[in-house]
Design a protein around this ligand. Structure first.
Ligand code: SAM
Length: 231
């Protein structure tokens, strides 16, 4: 196995697709909340969207179909993921860009955006790198623009080791449509690559970057949407 987390992840992409279709990480509930957050801020206004760690964009595509999109810019480390994203978003009539890059690097160079969407990707970064993410996002957002942060979130006071143990128990007990080998692969990926922070830390980092909490949706304690705005 390579040391690159994105490439490692792509080895279990078929498994991730099963996790999404089984709604084991609450993608369905979170998508409804993402869509509501975009609608309440932008309604039918044309919006510019930056999708960081876009993967195959399969869960974001139906949401994008509901809105007037001025531009879509997807970034991922994985070329294979970007190829799928381009196919899944072929319906977009606006200007599109798919870039193979590290998302914090791409974010720092991005033109102004109305929405920075980052779904199940920021937890790969350490806390100091997450701080940098929020700073860069605040810089490139238009006034009133939103960060839509969907991710796994650690409980307050829960250390990383305890989180990994409990999350892996959750995987083994709930993801029953996956076979044992697939569940074990997810657990190995999580233990080696996932560094979720508690919600209070994420809100503090965003706040220090000048972003303001707008709303959140918590279908399950470890799976959350947190919406921040650039005032
Ligand atoms: C769990 S998938 C999520 C995909 C999609 N956003 C979703 O919600 O279904 C995480 C994605 O983030 C990408 N990724 C991880 N670290 C990255 C980084 N530093 N820069 C860009 N992409 C990254 C991986 O390649 C993978 O496609």
């Amino acid at each position: 196995m390579t040391a690159n987390p994105a490439i490692q992840f792509f080895h279990v992409w078929d498994t991730y697709a099963k996790v999404v279709s089984g709604d084991y990480m609450f993608h369905r509930e979170l998508s409804v909340a993402v869509s509501a957050a975009i609608r309440s801020r932008f309604a039918d206004q044309a919006i510019r969207i930056l999708d960081l760690g876009c993967g195959d964009a399969a869960t974001f595509a139906p949401i994008l179909q509901e809105f007037s999109i001025e531009s879509y810019y997807g970034v991922d480390l994985s070329a294979a993921a970007l190829e799928l994203a381009e196919k899944n978003l072929a319906f977009l009539k606006c200007s599109t860009q798919f870039q193979q890059a590290d998302f914090v690097t791409a974010l720092a160079k991005s033109p102004q955006q109305d929405v920075v969407y980052i779904s199940f990707a920021l937890h790969h970064l350490q806390t100091s790198e997450k701080a940098e993410f929020f700073h860069q996002a605040a810089k490139i957002l238009s006034p009133g623009g939103l960060v839509l942060f969907v991710d796994v979130v650690r409980e307050e006071g829960q250390n990383l080791k305890n989180y990994h143990q409990h999350y892996c128990d959750f995987v083994q007990q709930t993801m029953i449509n996956l076979n044992k080998e697939e569940r074990d692969a997810i657990c190995a990926h999580i233990s080696e690559n996932d560094y979720p922070d508690p919600r209070s830390v994420l809100c503090k980092l965003a706040n220090e970057a000048g972003l303001k909490l707008v709303s959140s949706s918590v279908p399950q304690k470890w799976h959350q949407l947190i919406v921040f705005e650039r005032p």
